[in-house]
Every structure is written in C-alpha cells, then in structure tokens.
Design a protein around this ligand. Sequence first.
Ligand code: ATP
Ligand code: MG
Length: 435
Amino acid sequence: MSERAAREELARLRREAARRRARRTQPPSSPSDHPGAWRVEPEIHALDLDDGRIDPDAAKVVRRLIRHGFEAYLVGGCVRDLLLGRSPKDFDVATSARPDDVRSLFRNSRIIGRRFRLVHVLFGAGRVIETATFRRNPQPQRNGNGEDLLIRRDNVFGDAHEDAARRDFTINGLFYDLDRKRVLDWVGGMPDIERRAIHTIGDPFVRFSEDPVRILRAIRFCARLDLGMSPDVYDAIVQCRGTLAMAARPRLFEEILRLLRGGAAHRSVWLAWETGVLDVLLPELATFLSDEREEASVAWRLLSEVDRSDVANRSQDDIVLWTALLLEPMREACLEARDRVDAVAEFLEPIVDRLNVPRRIADAMRRIVALLPRLEAGRPGRFAHTQLYPHAAEVLALSRAARGMRGDGEEAAVTADRVPHFATQRRRRKRTRRV
Ligand code: ATP
Ligand code: MG
C-alpha cells in the first residue's frame, strides 16, 4: 500500500472508530472507553498456582512491595502462560508503588523508560523483573476533527483495575495475587483462557486503531499459544491492517522478529498472510507466497524449519531469521542478475525503509544471499573465517532441510510432515469482501 493510500485508509478508519465511540450511549462495555467508570470489583478466582513454577525473584519483589504497604501482583504474559500450562518467558510485576518508591526498596534496581518510567529490579545471572506502576489507558489525543485515536503518550498512573483495562487482550489482563492465591479478573480473561480464545479488551476496532502493533501481537498469541481468534478480532484485523503502515517502524521490525521466534513462525506468517497484514508489511513476500509455484512451498517449508530449529533449542540470530523469511524472494531477485549483491540490495531497499531494518542486518543478508551458490557448492573460501559464516551456515542448513536435502546437499525424501498444511489450504479472501 502506498503512503498516500495508507494515510487515506487511516483517516477513514479513524472516522469510523470515532463514530463507534460516539454511538455508545449505553453503560460502557469497553473498559478502554471509560477507565474510571468501569467495573472496580474484579471477578475473583481462587487458584493455587504451583509455587515451583513461579520465579522466586518475582515473588520476592511482590512480597517486599506488599510488606511495605503497596499493592503488587504478577501480571500479563506470565499469568496467562501459567494458566495455559506453559512456562513463562519472563515475569512482570504491577504495583501501586511509584517508580521512585520501588527504586528505594530495591538497591539492585534502575529506572528505565522516558515515555513511561518502569523499574528493572536486577538479580543474579542477568535476570530482570520488570516492575511497573499501575497506569490507565490514556485518552487518545484528538486532532481538529476529534478523530485521532492513535495513542502517543502512555504515562498516566492509575489503579489496578485501570491497569487491567489498558492492556491489549483479555488473556493478558489477569492479575495474580501471590499470597492469597487468587486471580483477579477485571476484563473477562478467565473465560477466554478456558475457551482458549483471543479477545481484545473493548472494541477491537478501537484498540487496533489506538495501537496497530496490537494486530501483530494478536497474530503472535494465536499462533504461538494455539488459540482461536474471535471473529470480531479477525474482522478488525482485516479492516485495520492498513494502519500498520503508520506504526513506529522499529516496533514493527521487533514484532516481526517476535513472530518468527518461539516455534510458531510458519503459523504466524500464514495468519499474517491470510489476513492481508503481510500485504502491508512485506508485500514482496506476500505476493511470492501467493504463487502456486514450488518456490512458494519452499518458502513455507523454510518457516517450518525455523520452527523445528526453535523446538530443538537452536535459537536463531536475528540475521538468520530475517534471511530465512525472505530467502526465496531474494533468490528470485538474483535470477539472471549479473551482480547478486546489487540485486539483493535493490530488493531489500524498500523493506529496509519500510521496517527500519538495521543496516547491520541488511548488509549481512545481502552477503549471505550473494555467497549462497558458493556455500551450496561447498566452496566458502575465506568467508569461512568471517563472523558471518556461522549464520550463513545456519541459513544453508535451513534451506537444505526445506528443499528436502540432506546436510551434504544430496536430495532426501521429503517426509509428509514437511508439507506445510497451512500453505495447502486456499487463502480465504475475506478482506476483499469486507473492505
Ligand atoms: P511474551 O510472553 O511474548 O513476552 P507478553 O504478553 O508478556 O508476551 P509483553 O510484550 O512482554 O508480552 O507485554 C507484557 C504485558 O504488557 C502484556 O501481557 C500486556 O498485558 C501488556 N502489553 C504489552 N504490549 C501492549 C500493547 N501494545 N497494548 C496494551 N497492552 C500491552
Ligand atoms: Mg513478556
């Protein structure tokens, strides 16, 4: 989508979102609309989460805050993952204590962030417990027409229930009270955990317009946690996907990497492609994947191989992930090119610009793809002594596996489980009906 088309689309979406807000004359069903007026009493679920699964450092932070008279809970992704029976990646704490209070309670801590100040409490082996003061969903800044929903400031302190309401999805808005062993639910997250469903807190259309990056988060949680997406969230993603063109580019770059990590790259990219999100972020890849040719299946299988390597605990470098994502279209760009480096550079230029891909990564991708024929022929030469070589070797291994080749380059039988089941389904072009 061109910049102009994206702006027009955004203006249209904002008008629509403003209309939706104005139309609400009933008591607020969306906590994000009326943070202060929303339900203050949570649903309480007595639940004894196994202490052994809770990070002792996070528990230490919560307990010390409570001992000093503050409210403090485990929140967000860690509560969600514990309830879904998964191991949380990290543990976050939300508290009524202000950043300076937290800082003075923990000598091993530092305040970070300019937009919203958080405290990182530091423990051994580089472990960090992010401790944030309760905040409320800021009222979006309005332009002259009162239509702008995009949130640009996010730094207003609030109460626990407001902090729950400002979060993105109901499953991410649960608070765990460690000592009383209970989950506090202001947002209807527990039923969604049980149903394994993704719902935004409030109107998905409004929430995605406020922060389009939430679209990518919805895709990530669906794909990684194997959850179902409610139809209203799906439809809002399809309708709001154009707003991603206006999101902060470094956030987009990071979120795409997060889609590729965690063993659900194939599913994530498939969802992004199917909803038309990929057409906005990486139209070069979206078009390539829509093709019926064998090369498109190889691109899908590459993503499955990225997932396999993740499951096998071979966590890949950013360079490897980005190269694997775009490898097949980059190869295509090199076909019949006299200079492969130039051909890849030309292919990558608009992507680097659109997604703020750091130069370091783009240069590495160019070099790897340019040298791939030599690597495939087993003639790496002096390149084998460079720092980039291990990454290139990973890309080669993934590529060989995706093409059904053995490590030595010989063809191996493609096993049934290599065939991407998502890619074989027909793409539902739902968005063409709705937009
Ligand atoms: P992961 O396990 O991948 O880290 P997470 O849910 O913990 O998933 P984080 O990015 O670490 O994701 O964010 C922590 C919490 O902060 C989320 O669970 C959610 O409650 C809230 N959050 C993060 N990003 C947003 C956003 N863009 N809008 C609203 N709430 C958000
Ligand atoms: Mg997290």
